[in-house]
Design a protein around this ligand. Sequence first.
Ligand code: NIG
Ligand code: FE
Length: 402
Amino acid sequence: MRWDSLWINGHAATMSPAGVVRDAAVAVVGGCIAWIGPRAEMPPGTAAEEHDLDGRWLTPGLIDAHTHLVFGGNRAAEFEMRLEGASYEEIARAGGGIVSTVTATRAADAETLAALAAPRLERLLAEGVTVVEVKSGYGLDLASERAMLRAARLLGERHPVTVRTTGLAAHALPPEFAGRADAYIDLVCDEILPVLAAEGLVDAVDAFCERIAFTPEQTARVFDAARRLGLPMKLHADQLSDGGGAALAARYGGLSADHLEHTSEDGVRAMAAAGTVAMLLPGAFYLLRETKLPPVELFRRHGVPMAVATDCNPGTSPAVSLLLMLNMACTLFRLTPAEALAGVTRHAAQALGMQATHGSLEVGKAADFAAWDIGRPAELCYWLGLNPCALVVRAGRVVRGG
Ligand code: NIG
Ligand code: FE
């Protein structure tokens, strides 16, 4: 065999059915994994480049599958208000919240938005992230939603990361549509999503189904539009109340339902039947000082795959560390470290519809991986603010460390 590169002398947490492979070897050809397994069983071959991992641990490149990374301004003032007693919902109803970020985002063009997001993205990438999902949803008109999604595409061109975009035009009611939510949903379905889809700017469609955002009926209309456009769906569901969002996402075969603190067992059952991933977002739970936990035990019992993401956004989760979310998923939501790691690899890939090519170290998948200075995989969930990432490889190329 002739390989482009060979990685030896490390241990692999493959996140595939092969589990942990000690003293592993990984061979790469054309940006994909050509062989992986115990070094002792490696077929004979030569590699153009050989890399010694020095006893480090390899994981698949991490996947942050729910972010609002692109936005203008920030909401530190609102954070202060909340500390003085105002609730997220009260601030939203008083015209703050998401709408205040909309004002700052509309004032920026795609280049500016990409420049503002770049340092946030770099923090994620420094922790071994190789795939990131980026939502629109702070533009809320065609031009500004387009600028956000273009900024996301620019980030994917300029940084060593695979960017998946999600059209979240149904995130909040723009002020110019006050009292006319159905008319705004018409605009989203008839113009914003079709145009952005035709321009190749959206890989999936999301909505915020909540009493401060859109009703299940309005959300269903957005999903019908997504279906007509052939786009997969995800949903901000049951975050602040049980609005039946998880079941709605499942009914449309959604890739994921996200947040889910208030999801009922019926919702969990529907997700299990549809294969919809439960996207857990401990950063928002933490920052909003929520007390209602997502039904993790029900997800386990019904076999719903759980993913974990930063939900990086200026309002409820100004988080730029996926490793910190691993810790919070374990500490706050009681995931095991193995579940949390699956949540940012295998199940995160599934939440983006990328499980055929990403999310585990397996032959034929992308050679996206990170090498860590740790003694066991659980250490990735353990530290608060320590980044043991030593090396990042994307599509077979070293993009960090090495
Ligand atoms: O995922 N829940 C709705 N959307 C975001 C928050 C957006 C904002 O407050 O700016 C979330 O938590
Ligand atoms: Fe979100």
